[in-house]
Design a protein around this ligand. Structure first.
Ligand code: ADP
Length: 468
């Protein structure tokens, strides 16, 4: 990384230097001449614009000093011209030198006649490389006929400047290369150090050590990566702890019914008189416990793995509630449970019936498990705008506020206060949540410690079929 970054910075430096070199060395003479030409044209234009006015003389001296030029103004009368005005600011001036013969003056006049602004360059001193740039223009005088305005600008050789610049550029190149190397080292260390540290922590995490701390350094992206990895590690450790707890719980929950089944079966095998319907019932109940435990785990893994897509059909939600309550009827007769179902109308929804039956079963099952001494479970069907809300209320001990966000987590099991000793898996509400999320259905719980709980969910109403 360090080498690559140094490479990139070097390329950048070279590009910058090439651009500077092109502008400052290769094209310096052209740029210098173009600038001079531009300036002398402006000055000539301004002097010509003042021709015939009172400010003419002032304009001549102003332009001469501002643009560092020499100026000569000739009065043209017929085919002859006489010098009217002049300003002399330069040492090497073509118009004030011996080079300014009549023939040259005629040539300049001819040029000015042909073109609006006539420019030309003359060699002054070949040895020194000095040149003069001439710019001429004809203007109307103050009723005295035409004026020929000639401006002269000195063109100095740029060779000396170029060699100074070349020397400077070599120095700048050296300095910039050293600066690039230092910057590459500093920047890459700032990036590589946290990345390498996070890599070390990730390896620890992969070995199952959750005591890791991903430090992302000072860059926003790496810092964010660090935070995300810390969060992932935290979640993994939570899941791991829950899984360990689950294994402990499940092995306990599995062992109890298995011991019962094997115990009762052995008694029934060895003592003929013990083959009674009551003993058989115990074996049947324990077998059911086992299968519900296994089913819960299978359901959840199917729903959360994404392999289970909702198969939506139109069905009566009201009837589904009735059917689910019916599955608990043996509790009514045997244990004195009281199930109340309040519904005003028969509501049909479009949803996955199997999943919704499962949601209803899990919620009612929890209500049965956690309800109070009065053994009451109330299911209500109400309308919430376009939705039908099903709420399951129990009269139990409720759930502490800080536990409410946790109960939907996979494998989470609250205090061990099951009223009926039914094997809990900590998966029931997680199945409910995942099934409802698949339907994009709103759901929630309201509960206060000591005041019972109400679990609810809503489904969009597809049809209402008459009053009940
Ligand atoms: P479990 O098999 O333990 O019931 P769930 O996922 O169904 O697993 O529930 C998770 C936890 O939420 C339970 O262990 C319990 O602490 C709490 N809980 C669920 N339903 C109720 C309820 N109706 N009243 C009180 N607590 C509840």
């Amino acid at each position: 990384m360090r080498i690559k970054m140094f490479g990139y910075l070097t390329i950048f430096t070279v590009i910058v230097l090439v651009v500077i070199w092109l502008l400052q060395v290769v094209f310096l003479d052209d740029i210098y001449r173009a600038t001079k030409k531009h300036e002398i044209k402006i000055a000539t234009g301004r002097v010509a614009a003042a021709a015939g006015k009172d400010t003419f003389e002032k304009a001549v001296y102003d332009m001469a000093s501002r643009y560092n030029t020499c100026v000569s103004v000739y009065q043209i009368s017929g085919s002859t011209g006489s010098l009217l005005l002049e300003a002399h600011t330069q040492t090497y001036c073509m118009i004030h030198s011996s080079l300014m013969t009549d023939a040259t003056l005629n040539a300049i006049y001819a040029g000015a006649l042909n073109r609006n602004l006539y420019t030309s360059v003359y060699q002054m001193d070949t040895k020194e490389g000095l040149e003069s740039m001439i710019c001429a223009k004809l203007a109307e005088g103050n009723g005295t006929g035409k004026l020929l305005i000639i401006l002269n600008a000195e063109i100095q050789p740029v060779t000396a400047t170029v060699s100074t610049l070349r020397y400077q550029l070599i120095m700048i190149t050296g300095i910039l290369l050293v600066v690039s190397a230092v910057m590459a080292y500093v920047i890459s260390s700032k990036v590589t150090r946290p990345v390498a540290a996070m890599n070390r922590e990730a390896k620890k995490l992969a070995r199952g050590d959750y005591d890791v701390n991903f430090q992302g350094g000072e860059f926003r992206e790496t810092a964010e990566l660090g935070r995300t990895l810390n969060y992932a590690a935290q979640e993994l450790s939570k899941l791991d702890a829950l899984q360990k707890e689950l294994i402990a719980n499940i092995s306990h929950d599995l062992r109890t019914p298995l011991t019962m089944i094997s115990g009762y079966s052995e008694v029934m095998r060895d003592i003929p008189g013990e083959v009674t319907p009551e003993n058989m019932q115990i074996i049947i109940d324990e077998t059911r416990r086992l299968s519900s435990l296994v089913n819960d785990m299978l359901d959840l893994s199917r729903i959360t793995s994404g392999s289970r897509q909702p198969n939506k059909t139109l069905f009566s939600l009201t009837q589904c509630v009735r059917d689910t309550l019916e599955r608990f009827s043996h509790l009514r007769e045997r244990d004195g449970y009281c199930f109340v179902f309040e519904a005003q109308e028969e509501i049909c929804v479009k949803a996955d019936q199997v999943l919704i039956l499962q949601v209803l079963y899990n919620l009612i099952c929890n209500a049965v498990n956690y309800t109070g001494a009065d053994k009451r479970v109330i299911v209500r069907q109400t309308r919430e705008g376009e939705n039908c809300r099903i709420s399951v209320t129990d009269t139990g001990e409720g759930i502490a506020e800080e536990k409410l966000p946790l109960i939907w987590d996979r494998y989470y099991r609250g205090g061990d206060f099951h009223k009926r000793g039914v094997a809990g898996t900590g998966l029931g509400l997680s199945i409910v949540k995942n099934a409802l999320v698949l339907h994009n259905a709103p759901f929630g719980v309201s509960s206060r410690k000591g005041e019972g709980s109400t679990f609810w969910f809503e489904l969009q109403i597809a049809r209402i079929s008459g009053e009940e």
